[in-house]
Design a protein around this ligand. Structure first.
Ligand SMILES: [Zn+2]
Length: 383
């Protein structure tokens, strides 16, 4: 029997354990902004990580839930398995989206994004150490708690671990059909604040400086940066300003989401947005914000990792494709450091951040097997 077949057999034999693990995590709701709830979920996850042999460290934070680091094996070559257990759903969402099976679907808040991914990583790691005794690798899992709000308290931690790793495998959901993510756009958010001068719109229409008139010009300038042929999107998503119809507006503001596929494009757009200048004399334009997540570019290291995934996939009879997404993840931070990073290794399903969120049960064991085979190959590799 080949190693692939053994891994597949082991993962198949643990399907009930896998589903039970995922269900236990989904049952403990963990919205990013409710620390107590996140920490309760984290405590259960920590207990389960220790149960399968992980050396678990809880990294406490005051402004978010505590992050978890779990280490398996003692090799010198570190492979990082990365993900988050915070979700976008409030406490009580389970009443509206109960954890339930519907045919091949396992439904529930946070099941796809990305508690199933954590379960998959745990099973794949168990399989690796069950079969490949004396593996050269050291598997480090980092499960963070503020990915959904920008990873402000976890970024330094995950970057430190990524720098020490030969590869980073991110357990975010797969693209449709199980396709892996080899590139992600960088994500920026800006606020443009315009200040003018108030005046009576009827009595003194020639006086004052309309911040709204100025902002309208700024929005048109921002729109010229929106260029999908370059993969760049610029979305003015919120505007506000003014006080009354008969007052020339003294202030107006816009909030803008920006996505860019490469660092070069991100820098170009960033420079243009920061360089916005007023058209009307007497108006002031202030820009704040920037790129929160750098682009995850398809570097040679990323491509090599994907080829390895394809190779083990074909040994398992799985055809593995690659794709890109405009959504960011913590994989962006790791890839931007130059560490080979592969994302989307998590579950198949649909409806992340939506009420029909679910994973496909029939895909779970396949994904765990794919990951365990990739870990086995990485552990044996000396690159
Ligand atoms: Zn996620």
């Amino acid at each position: 029997m080949t190693t692939s077949q053994q891994l597949a057999g082991y993962c198949r034999s643990q399907e009930d354990w896998l589903i039970g693990t995922i269900e236990a995590l989904v049952t403990l709701e963990s919205p990013t902004d409710v620390k107590d709830a996140v920490d309760t979920c984290g405590a259960e996850l920590a207990r389960r990580l220790a149960e399968i042999g992980g050396k678990v460290t809880t990294v406490t934070t005051s402004s978010a839930g505590n992050h978890l680091r779990a280490e398996f094996g003692s090799g010198s070559r570190q492979i990082l398995l990365l993900g988050h257990f915070d979700t976008v759903w409030p406490v009580g969402q389970l009443q509206h989206m109960p954890l339930q099976r519907d045919g091949d679907k396992l439904m529930g808040p946070g099941v796809l994004d990305m508690k199933a991914g954590i379960g998959l990583a745990m099973l794949a790691t168990r399989a690796l150490f069950h079969l490949a005794e004396g593996a050269q690798a050291r598997i480090v899992m980092l499960w963070t708690t503020d990915e959904e709000t920008g990873s402000h308290t976890s970024r330094a931690l995950l970057e430190t671990e990524a720098r020490q790793s030969a590869a980073v495998l991110v357990l975010e959901p797969a693209l449709p059909g199980g396709v892996l993510k080899t590139s992600r756009k960088g994500c920026g958010e800006y606020e443009v604040v315009v200040r003018g001068e108030a005046a009576h719109a009827g009595v003194d229409p020639g006086k004052g400086v309309s911040a709204i008139r100025e902002l309208a010009r700024q929005i048109l300038a921002l729109e010229t940066l929106h260029d999908l042929s370059r993969g760049v999107s610029v979305n003015v998503g919120i505007i506000s300003g003014g006080t009354r119809p008969n007052v020339v507006a003294a202030e107006a503001r816009a909030r803008v989401d920006v996505r860019a596929p490469t660092m070069a494009e991100a820098d170009r757009v960033d420079t243009a947005i920061r360089g916005l200048t007023p058209h009307l004399s007497g108006a002031q334009v202030e820009v704040s914000g920037g790129f929160d997540r750098p682009p995850m570019e398809r570097t040679a290291g990323v491509a090599r990792l994907f080829e390895m995934a394809q190779q083990v996939g074909s040994e398992l009879g799985q055809t593995i494709g690659e794709g890109s997404t405009g959504g960011g993840s913590d994989g962006n931070f790791c890839a931007a450091l130059g560490v080979p990073t592969l994302d989307g290794l998590g579950a198949l399903g649909d409806g992340a951040h939506a009420v029909h969120e679910h994973v496909l049960v029939s895909g779970l064991v396949h994904r765990a097997t794919l990951l365990s085979a990739l870990l086995t190959l990485l552990a044996a590799s000396s690159e």
